[in-house]
Design a protein around this ligand. Structure first.
Ligand SMILES: [Zn+2]
Ligand SMILES: [Zn+2]
Length: 426
């Protein structure tokens, strides 16, 4: 039996896909909701009680997405007791972004197939596609397969999936209007804790798929598009440390240092203190440090490759003492640590004066250089190594003095057995 070939799914630049239809229901939600919010801002007076309620309901909706739909159900990064599950599920539903079953499966597919054609919000298709396009357009694209068997057997996930539309109508629109009606502000509730809250929650959440794959740094891996940025984190209740998250998706934190802005992480940690959450998963800090160091070394390697270094010892000619003496008559050559240096271009810049060099041409100045006359700095040692023109046959190099300070530590690339040697970056 022959094993079937796989279809390569390498990340790449993909165009905006061909649109085959419009998802009018989603368009209606995403157009009418902001229009109601704008109408409210223009014509409905803002009541303090409603404003406070709207802010609280916004947190409820956002935590439902970030701590619920995302970290609990998409990634199973912690366990939640049933009351917390219900709270988060209703919060997620109140943000009107589809059922948890739909949301978590799409998100798992995004992680499994990041930046490929099977990624439902493939970042290479542009910001508009990842922010809104994939929600409002029908295309021939299909999300890549993922294991969602746990979601398929989760009664809460399944029940809310099959009852999503009435639940979304109640928790997304009706309740945020009816609760302020208790203090006679139905329209304020409808426009602000309903429509305005939803509009902000929608676009802040969508920013995880768009902005968090576009703006920021890649401190753990730069092969794919996810990025870390404080702005994305502020907009998304801490989800903006997206480079970290794509590297360590099972970690309940998106920002692993306790003080980094990640309110969702703090919320989950408090739930644990209250006994509502358990089994908070964290990636070993040793492995996180490896990821960070890999990127730091990669950056340092680039810097290292951009610097001009002294000639390799193997490239220098070995000359006799007599040759050294002979050549010293026509140009200022100084012997230090067994290396012959041509200091002619440095005479005017020598802080100790040119005469100090010219009168010692043809001499071994090792002792003088390393403290006999003046204990030269690391910078002087580095600079002098650039003037090496030869090695004295039989010359003696004092221990630990042949390698300039700037070359004691260096970044080297290990070659995989089947790859070609690296070409230095120019
Ligand atoms: Zn992502
Ligand atoms: Zn995720």
């Amino acid at each position: 039996m022959t094993l079937p070939p796989t279809t390569p799914m390498a990340p790449g630049a993909h165009k905006f896909p061909q649109v085959t239809g419009i998802r009018w229901f989603n368009v209606a939600i995403l157009v009418l909701t902001p229009l109601i919010a704008v109408y409210g801002l223009a014509f409905v007076p803002l009541v303090t009680k409603t404003t406070v309620f709207a802010c609280g309901y916004y947190l409820f909706s956002m935590l439902g997405i970030t701590a619920g739909y995302h970290r609990l159900w998409s990634h199973r990064s912690y366990n939640a007791c049933l009351p917390l599950q219900i709270f988060l599920m209703l919060g997620g539903i109140s943000s009107v972004q589809g059922s948890c079953y739909f949301w978590a499966r799409s998100h798992r597919s995004h992680h499994r197939w990041t930046d490929t054609e099977k990624d439902p919000y493939d970042s290479s298709r542009g910001l508009f596609w990842t922010h809104l396009g994939w929600i409002i357009f029908k295309t021939k694209l299909r999300s890549g397969p993922v294991d969602s068997s746990d979601l398929g057997t989760d009664p809460l996930v399944q029940w809310t999936h099959y009852n999503y539309f009435p639940l979304a109508a109640v928790f997304g629109y009706a309740l945020p209007a009816l609760i302020p009606a208790l203090w006679n502000d139905f329209w304020g509730g409808f426009c602000f804790s309903g429509a305005l809250r939803l509009t902000i929650a929608h676009h802040c959440t969508f920013a995880i798929n768009s902005l968090a794959h576009y703006l920021g740094s890649t401190p753990y891996d730069d092969r794919l598009s996810p990025r870390d940025h404080l702005l994305s984190a502020i907009l998304t209740m801490g989800e903006g440390y997206h480079n970290f998250h794509h590297q360590f998706p099972m970690d309940y934190r998106n920002a692993y240092l306790w003080y980094q802005y990640d309110p969702t992480k703090w919320f989950i940690a408090v739930c644990k203190l209250l006994g509502l959450a358990s089994n908070l998963r964290v990636f070993p800090s040793n492995e996180i440090a490896k990821g960070a160091l890999t990127m730091q070394l990669k950056h340092l390697k680039k810097v290292q490759d951009s610097i001009i270094w002294p000639r390799e010892v193997e490239q220098l000619p070995i000359v006799t003492w007599d040759n050294f003496q002979e050549e010293s008559k026509s140009r200022p050559l100084i012997l230090v640590s067994g290396f012959i240096h041509d200091v002619s271009t440095f005479l005017d810049q020598h802080p100790g004066g040119a005469a100090c060099l010219t009168k010692n041409t043809g001499k071994d100045m090792t002792a003088a250089f390393f403290g006999g006359v003046y204990r030269h700095s690391n910078a002087a040692h580095n600079l002098m190594s650039m003037m090496r023109v030869g090695i004295l046959a039989g010359g003696v190099c004092p221990p630990n003095q042949s390698i300039p300070p700037s070359q004691v530590l260096f970044v080297a690339r290990r070659q995989q057995p089947d790859t070609q040697p690296d070409t230095p970056t120019q």
